[in-house]
Design a protein around this ligand. Structure first.
Ligand code: SF4
Length: 219
């Protein structure tokens, strides 16, 4: 008698935006996913306003290009889902996801990962092959072309697994406590410097749970 095959693993869903957060700082992803701890600053508000504009669902047609906005996408095999800001479908069949960012573009940064994951979702949904994607940066008003190669795809798969582990383990990753924290909108709730300084943290925690010294009311 043959051994029954193990059922396919039910994948915990991972949002595309979580890949970007995790790639920037694993703790940032943990705070958002586990503690609903997202906090805004001027940069994130700028980004939200920009996305309100591009997240108006719809499509338009120019000669040779059909543009879809706010397109929901998913990848069953990787358990990913999210929304593409813009997807261009060119007359020659090229499909190009375009992610809009309010800040300046950093080659090889978290935004590359996010838009590559969008490309992989679109490949599964449209049964096509996507070799390039675009980050549009409002800061320099330029389209930055990303090559969706094997290394970037491997990074997407690996990061999706890391994010899933954060969700499933329910423990917050350790703070980065480096230059990333200066530009992070969650700096106040995260308290990276306090938590990374183990000695100071132990002292503060000890003081927090110690009974207050008795007050001598006769004085
Ligand atoms: S403040 Fe620093 S450690 Fe905390 S989430 Fe932001 S980047 Fe990560």
């Amino acid at each position: 008698m043959s051994t029954p095959e193990a059922p396919p693993r039910e994948l915990t869903p991972v949002m595309l935006s979580a890949l970007e957060h995790y790639d920037y700082c694993p703790r940032q992803a943990g705070l958002i996913l586990l503690e609903d701890g997202y906090a805004d600053d001027a940069a994130t508000v700028r980004g939200t306003l920009l996305h309100h504009r591009v997240h108006e669902p719809g499509e338009d047609n120019r000669p040779g290009v059909r543009t879809l906005r706010a397109l929901p996408v998913w990848h069953h095999g990787l358990g990913l889902s999210g929304v593409c800001d813009v997807v261009e479908i060119h007359a020659d069949g090229t499909v190009l996801p375009v992610e809009h960012k309010s800040g300046s573009y950093k080659p090889g940064g978290p935004a590359d990962l996010q838009v590559a994951a969008q490309a992989m979702c679109l490949e599964e949904r449209l049964r096509t092959t996507i070799t390039s994607a675009v980050i549009y940066s409002s800061a320099d008003r330029r389209r930055h072309i990303i090559t969706v190669d094997g290394d970037l795809r491997a990074r997407v798969r690996e990061t999706a697994e890391h994010v899933r582990a954060v969700i499933e383990q329910t423990a917050l990753p350790a703070p980065a406590a480096d230059q990333r924290c200066r530009r992070c909108s969650m700096n106040i709730t995260c308290m990276p410097k306090v938590l990374a300084n183990h000695k100071k943290f132990a002292t503060l925690r000890g003081a927090l749970f110690s009974p207050a010294p008795e007050t001598d009311w006769d004085d």
